[in-house]
Write a protein that binds this ligand. Sequence first.
Ligand code: HAM
Length: 425
Amino acid sequence: MADQRRTARAPTGTHDILWPESWRWEVFVATFAEEAERAGYGLLQSPMFEYAEVFHRGIGEGSEVVGKEMYEFADRDGQVLALRPEGTASVVRAFVEHHPVPPFKAWYVTPAFRHERPQAGRYRQHHQVGVEAIGAADPDLDAEVVTLAHDFYRRLGLRDVTLKLNSMGDNTCRPAYIELLRGVLAERRDQLCEEHRQRLDTNPLRVLDCKREGCREATAEVPRLVDQLCDPCREHFDRVRQGLDALGVAYVLDHRLVRGFDYYTRTTFEFASGAIDAAQDAIGGGGRYDGLVEMLGGPPTPGIGFGIGLERVLIACTGEGVLPAEPPGPDAFVVDVAGGEMARDLVAALRRAGLRADRAYDGRSMKAQMKLADRSGATVALIVGPDELAGGTVTVRPLRAEGEQRSVPLERAVDEVAAVRMPAR
Ligand code: HAM
């Protein structure tokens, strides 16, 4: 016998999204697609899994995502694959494989898989929309990319969003900063949490975004990377900030924002929602990755992008009371208690005329069909009983529309519904 605990339940950390919640997903993705395409990004579809090597090389062995959370497996041919834990490495791999003319501007919507400890706003399969712009180093592009995410949140109606901004420097200035930081923190090693005491030697930057008390205190007064940038990185960052100012995008500088992937260089950013629990308040993030194309075997090519967490943004929308899960109901619900042929033919005629139409099945009673009509959220019910059938008419009963119940000739039924849906201006 099948184990009910396994066969009747989605795996830990994953969810089914049912209607009408799924309608919010549709609006979310359609809105993002419109914003991204308006800015010149085209949809990229790539496989949900890659050779694990892509993520090992691209994201880095030292990152939590690759080191601890990746769904990595050997397939039946013994190839080592991994379910995508994020979108960027795949887009860059596709860029290297197909070498499109730069700048290559791609947007995507994708599930991402991370074996994390599930909690509200943290899942093992979450979903992201994002963009990647590969092949331009221009700091105005950074400002443009950040603005795209910012404007998207605003368009959804979110207002309680804080943009955090930082620069990770590059291979010229960052190594020296890491040494400096390691030296300072080594003197405060006793204060650090267990995990970071051990990781101090390999990756002292991670200590900066540790939330534990000891690490917070140890890093309160440390040199900041933004103050140690080399001249080209400093100029780049200044221009990004000027761009954001010019475009009316407010931000706070956050020297603790180091992000979890090894590929970042220069500009990094994250959006935090004030409407979500602080632990999971990041509703999107991204940055520049000027070395990633090369790491995956391509020519030196700069790039920048972001990923936005769909579930978390929807939690924020709920928190702020925007984007409610209220999809429009059908324009008409056909109630047929005269044999069903009219329901069959009318819903087809309505749908072919571009209207939203639904019906009941299995010869339900008038009462049961009217209940379904009401529950569907339909604007009107089109009722066909024996009298209507005999007289070639349909009864139009407004459920959400204005007006009285009326009888109309069958051949006028579609026009009646269209008129209610699209009243003459
Ligand atoms: P990330 O910050 O790891 O960046 O993920 C982007 C967003 O996905 C997060 O801000 C968060 O909203 C959401 N997210 C991440 N993990 C989870 C989870 N376990 N459950 C629910 N939501 C989650 C990236 O993935 C980079 N690829 C972004 C990027 C694009 N950088 C450059 N280009």
